[in-house]
Design a protein around this ligand. Structure first.
Ligand code: 1PX
Ligand code: ADP
Ligand code: CA
Length: 550
């Protein structure tokens, strides 16, 4: 908190002078928080026109300045054409500097804007650059050195190009140095982070790829942190140590749900700018165990049934790129499998809201800032038997036939479904939204799916229920494959689903489905899941409520 004296200090003008901007005289000023410039009206102009126009002023937050540079003859980050223009400019106005800053555009996209100012002397130009850089150096949340992993095969295989053409130039403008590793195999990044990387020299880790690549970084960093702190990941009740390094995501994958749900868009330049200004978004992580053996962590979707089947089928179609999910989605929809099982869960406290309360997690979300009380903690650490004594609202058990069981630890918003699987799920509240879709007709399931793409409530169906939970377990019931509808019409080849007929049936490839854990297949159907509140931090800020324009 800043007191009144501190407030006055922060508003003190550090530098103020008349400069030239786009052939127009401006009064520019810098204090600890903002850089402002205002067009100066020529007196003679005012008199002759007889109208006093309000002069335009521009305000840039210091926290959103990317960098400041002297206009030099040579700038290798620019194209040949831009270099030529810069050369001409610097000959006309020798003492000029350019400020690079964040500009908000449509749909949560950010761009790096620039404004050039020429000064009356070389000394003044140097002074502007030096004082502004001093202010930027006071912003200690900004990373200086990053470790970057690029998956060259993610999404449309554009990761390397996206990094080199869109991200590296802005990192350079911001004075960030990056050590880049292009991965050579799956789990290369995870293994390097877990055992090899010298993490002390970095202020953050960046992944260029999709949700699968993010998952590698997550597993590497969390495992490394637990190993360093002697925490046993195999214990489902272990209190995991939070990771110190923040993670940045440059989206270059197929779904990009983690980036989309934490930034509001899947745009590489926007992500790079959130990294540069040092944003920080805490995030919950689910740990998944099978019989006291650690399986994986998840931050977005843990899906059994429909999304598990989509993923298992899509793995065979990787060559199709992002379209594999649509094809496998249609196939799983037509197969229309359901699975028997028992779900038990520990509901979250009422003060953490409800999946249907329409309170979406946004920048500065108050639900995510809510501190857990000691009573809540006690209730959470108690097991199923003793929990009943601690609180009346303890573990609940539901048996049934499910088309899908989805645990959304965050909204899971992505370009396919801009509001996500659970539009009101929170990024950092210590809970996940558990969505149970019971056996229903194909038409009803289609209606439910369709509502993920429009504004209708996907939970407003008799066969769907949703709970906000801190932990849950799943136990599959039936060891035999479940066959739907006309058994007589079964195709001979297992796993083959004839397309185009609503009456056709499909043999599930197994009695059980598999779990889709952030895009990775889990081979155990019986799992125990706990949400670990704010275990990691991203270079993001959550989705901004209103578009502010500079
Ligand atoms: C009728 C249209 C229905 C559209 C329903 C869309 C719901 C989409 C929800 C997506 C949640 C995504 C959660 C994130 C998962 C990712 O971690 C994970 C890995 O991502 P990566 O490859 O980038 O590493 N991605 C996925 O598992 C992909 C899930 C995508 C599922 C797409 C399903 C499409 C269903 C189409 C059914 C169409 C029925 C049409 C009948 C004629
Ligand atoms: N060099 C590599 N070769 C093959 N697979 C890789 C490589 N680097 C990462 N992977 C793996 O590729 C998978 C998909 O990566 P991801 O970046 O999420 O793309 P997509 O969104 O298209 O699935 C992940 O499981 C990751 O572990
Ligand atoms: Ca959550």
């Amino acid at each position: 908190m800043t007191g009144p004296a501190e407030d006055t200090k922060s508003q003190l003008t550090l530098l103020s002078s008349k400069l030239l901007h786009q052939h127009q005289a401006v009064e520019a000023a810098l204090n600890r928080h903002v850089f402002v410039w205002k067009e100066i009206e020529e007196k003679s102009q005012k008199r002759s026109s007889g109208i006093s126009k309000t002069s335009r002023s521009h305000i840039v937050q210091v926290s959103e300045i990317v960098g400041i540079h002297k206009v030099e003859d040579e700038d290798h980050t620019k194209s040949k054409w831009d270099q030529k223009k810069t050369l001409q400019f610097s000959q006309l106005f020798p003492n000029a500097f350019t400020v690079f800053y964040v500009k908000r555009t449509k749909n949560h996209r950010w761009r790096c804007n620039e404004a050039t100012f020429s000064c009356s002397s070389a000394e003044l130009c140097e002074q502007w650059i030096q004082v502004t850089r001093e202010q930027l150096s006071l912003l200690t949340n900004r990373p200086k050195r990053l470790l970057v992993y690029i998956n060259p095969f993610g999404g449309k295989r554009r990761g390397k190009r996206i990094y080199e053409e869109k991200v590296a130039p802005v990192f350079q403008q911001a004075g960030i140095s990056a050590d880049v590793i292009v991965t050579e195999r799956a789990n290369h990044a995870r293994d390097h982070l877990t055992t090899e990387a010298n993490l002390q020299q970095y202020d953050g880790v960046v992944c260029v790829g999709g949700d699968g690549m993010f998952s590698e970084i997550l597993h590497g960093l969390v495992a490394r942190t637990q190993n360093d702190n002697k925490v046993d990941q195999n214990r489902p009740d272990a209190e995991l140590k939070p990771c110190m390094l923040r993670i940045g995501i440059i989206p270059a994958g197929s779904t990009d749900c983690i980036c989309f749900a934490t930034v509001g868009t899947n745009d590489p330049v926007t992500s790079a700018l959130h990294i540069i200004i040092g944003d920080s978004q805490p995030m919950d992580v689910c740990s998944v165990h099978h019989n006291d053996v650690f399986l994986r962590y998840s931050v977005s979707l843990l899906g059994y049934g429909f999304y598990g089947d989509v993923l298992a089928d899509s793995e065979k179609k990787r060559w199709l790129g992002p379209a594999r999910y649509d094809l496998s989605g249609v196939k799983a929809f037509l197969c229309h499998n359901y699975y028997k099982g028992t779900v038990s869960f520990l509901p979250a406290e009422d003060n953490l809201g409800h999946p249907r309360d329409k309170l979406q997690c946004r920048f500065g979300c108050s639900i995510c800032q809510h501190k857990q009380s000691s009573k809540d903690k006690l209730r959470e650490t108690a097991d199923e038997e003793t929990a009943a004594e601690v609180s009346s609202s303890s573990w609940k058990v539901i048996c049934g036939k499910f088309i899908a069981i989805n645990a959304a630890n965050m909204s899971c918003a992505c370009p396919r479904s801009p509001k996500g699987l659970s539009p009101s799920a929170h990024l950092a509240d210590g809970t996940a939204d558990l969505i149970l879709v019971r056996k229903c007709s194909r038409l009803d399931f289609f209606r439910h799916l369709l509502r993920h793409t429009n504004t209708d409530d996907q939970f407003d169906h008799s066969f769907v229920e949703v709970h906000r939970v801190r932990k849950f377990h799943f136990e599959p019931l039936d060891p035999q494959p479940l066959l739907l509808e006309n058994q007589s019409e079964l195709p001979k080849k297992p796993g083959f689903c004839p397309l185009g007929s609503a009456q056709t049936t499909c043999i599930p490839s197994a009695a059980h489905s598999s779990w889709n854990c952030d895009g990775e297949i889990l081979h155990h159907a019986a799992i125990q899941v706990s949400v670990h509140r704010q275990l990691i931090r991203l270079f993001a800020r959550g989705i901004e409520e209103q578009q502010q324009r500079v």
